[in-house]
Design a protein around this ligand. Structure first.
Ligand code: G3I
Length: 316
């Protein structure tokens, strides 16, 4: 095997990419690399609530395959995301609903969406970004109106809609052992002791070059020791622009460290990168002056980061 997916298949794990509708439809290099290198796909935006139900009660499935991508892709889907504070449709964000109305709306969203793709999505990010950096609960629409119990309810509803899908809580800045990952660990332990169907922890892993945390493996292992799957769900490693060759080499090492550390922990389900090419990445828009965060450059040439990922997936 000489592709990322070849190595990942050999180890029984996923190497996934987040995909966007525009390049999927318009750039053949994008789909060529996707199909050759990746054995899992995640819709970068298309399965978020604002995309799925822009006006209340009218769902926009658009002939999508399970992960949210247009027809024609064969990869299994890891789907993102059911319950989040962001990218909510405006009817919901501005609706001023009571707690009981919100509860009903959330249950219907989960029943409808997970039910539609029953048996076709192998993992769901059920709850995304529920915590603040200090480990307190983020004051989202869900938290403020429903309290922390929304998390257990969302997991139970999703499990009822597809008993075979792996259900994850996903977040960023939880890769290291810190206040935020401690809070998630405590919540996960509590949910499991209550018999709530939680199966995995998603570590987004949006890093800056040279700053991959050293406690990453030990931190992931404690989640794995609870019996949870662990996965890297949104890997990218941003570099101050223009990226020089030393930074690209460091990025390669960081990619190897990240993927190797995940695969070195029992129950690692795999690694998803948050995009394929530097041509299409959320990074420069959100962190001005940074970019070059993905394994392929803007011309679809594999970067040293590709080799780093590949070495992390290939044990030899
Ligand atoms: O689709 C519209 C388009 O019609 C319009 O012309 C354009 C003008 O700005 O905006 C387009 O929507 C943008 C959308 O991406 C699709 O490109 C939104 O403005 C933009 O906010 C949105 O950003 C996404 C972001 O989530 C929103 O929070 C990024 O693509 C996506 O990569 C990012 O993904 C998140 C994960 O869901 C959760 N973890 C962090 C990660 C990175 O922020």
């Amino acid at each position: 095997a000489t592709t990322l997916r070849g190595y990942a298949d050999g180890r029984g794990v996923r190497i996934g990419a987040a995909v966007a509708d525009g390049p999927l439809q318009n750039e053949s290099a994008y789909t060529t690399v996707l199909d050759r290198e990746f054995n899992s796909v995640t819709a970068e935006n298309a399965m978020k609530w604002d995309a799925l139900e822009p006006s209340r009660g009218s769902y926009n499935w658009g002939g999508r395959r399970p992960a949210g991508e247009p027809r024609g892709r064969a990869q299994p889907g890891r789907s993102h995301t059911l319950v989040w504070h962001s990218q909510l449709p405006s009817w919901l964000a501005n609706g001023n609903f009571s707690a009981s109305e919100l509860n009903t709306i959330l249950k219907k969203h989960i029943d409808t969406t997970v039910g539609r793709y029953k048996g076709k999505i192998y993992a769901w990010d059920v709850v995304n970004e529920a915590f603040n950096e200090d480990g307190s609960m983020r004051n989202s629409l869900w938290q403020s109106k429903l309290g922390t119990g929304y998390i257990a309810n969302a997991l139970r509803w999703a499990h009822a809609a597809d008993p075979n899908a792996k259900l994850y809580i996903n977040d960023y800045n939880i890769e290291a052992d810190n206040a935020k990952s401690d809070a998630l660990y405590n919540l996960a332990s509590q949910l499991l002791s209550q018999g709530v169907p939680l199966h995995g922890t998603g570590f987004q892993s949006h890093f800056t070059v040279g700053q991959v945390p050293s406690s990453m493996k030990a931190n992931r292992k404690r989640f794995s020791d609870l019996g949870l799957e662990v996965a890297i769900t949104e890997l990218d490693i941003r570099i101050p622009l223009p990226a020089d060759s030393a930074e690209l080499a460091r990025q390669s090492t960081d990619c190897k460290t990240a993927s190797e550390n995940c695969l070195g922990v029992p129950r690692c389900a795999g690694v998803t990168v948050w995009g394929i090419t530097d041509k299409h990445s959320w990074v420069p828009g959100t962190f001005p002056g940074y970019g070059a965060a993905l394994p392929y450059n803007e011309n679809y040439v594999a970067k040293p980061a590709y080799t780093g990922l590949s070495n992390g997936l290939n044990p030899n």
